[in-house]
Design a protein around this ligand. Structure first.
Ligand SMILES: [Zn+2]
Length: 251
């Protein structure tokens, strides 16, 4: 079946990857049905692997096993699912493990940092478009063409980023300071402020072991739990305060 066909058929956890609302609805449906409860908040780990290397490793990626983000209790690997990602114009299927907390009775998806929750395209692709458009380099159409993504998809990312830019800027500026980095002087415009703040936080994190090689957009995905441009988000910034701020796996 073609990728669009698969997405329509909803084989990525029963939902198309780019329709957030329906994914949230499915989480709550899961709960209501009394089946294994699924956390609406994915854990994003700072995976340094190239997408190809991650795909090739299958289930043998050296996955971390963080504490439960809800209760800090131990998690155990609990099956997983496959979903698509698009990198450099190619779609690949990746394995996403689930971790289960016996105490909470909840399982959490463990996403690699090159993924943003519910987005098909990798964080670097989305970030390059946001940096160009919100940074005032060019309009959406040339940025989308360069990134090899549909114009409407890129426009959606930019709209979402702009809608949340104030909040994103404040959170990343705070994180930059928390990590010992520079205070961010807000440039004119919320979009540019958000970009500057992400850059400042990443620059500060890059002084800590392991982060530099991830790049700014995997870093941004990691600390927001993949919700950099998510809608209807419960405040993602509780993830900035250490709870999911995991150090990368050493190379
Ligand atoms: Zn728990």
């Amino acid at each position: 079946m073609s990728l669009p066909g698969l997405l329509r058929a909803g084989q990525d956890r029963g939902v198309p990857v780019e329709r957030e609302g329906s994914l949230l609805a499915s989480f709550f449906a899961d709960r209501e049905k009394g089946s294994e409860a699924v956390s609406p908040v994915a854990i994003v780990w700072p995976c340094p692997l190239a997408v190809d290397a991650y795909v090739a490793s299958g289930r043998d990626v050296g996955f971390p096993r963080p504490a439960c983000p809800l209760c800090a209790g131990p998690l155990v690997f609990w099956s997983g699912y496959r979903r698509y990602v698009r990198a450099a114009g190619r779609c690949r299927k990746i394995f996403v493990p689930r971790l289960r907390c016996a105490r909470c009775g909840v399982s959490h998806a463990l996403l690699p940092a090159f993924v943003l929750a519910w987005r098909l395209d990798v964080a670097e692709t989305i970030g390059s478009v946001l940096a160009e458009v919100a940074g005032g380099v060019c309009g959406v159409r040339p940025a989308a063409e360069r990134a090899g993504v549909p114009y409407t998809t890129a426009r959606g990312w930019v709209r979402r980023f702009r809608a949340r830019a104030g909040e994103v800027g404040v959170a990343f500026a705070a994180l930059a300071v928390e990590l010992g980095g520079q205070a961010v002087t807000p440039p004119a415009g919320a979009g540019r402020f958000a970009l500057a703040a992400v850059g400042a936080a990443f620059a500060a994190a890059a002084g800590l072991p392991g982060w530099r090689r991830l790049g700014a957009w995997r870093f941004a995905s990691s600390v927001t739990g993949g919700r950099l441009i998510a809608a209807n988000t419960t405040s993602p910034w509780f993830t900035v305060g250490r709870r999911r701020f995991m150090p990368p796996i050493p190379p």
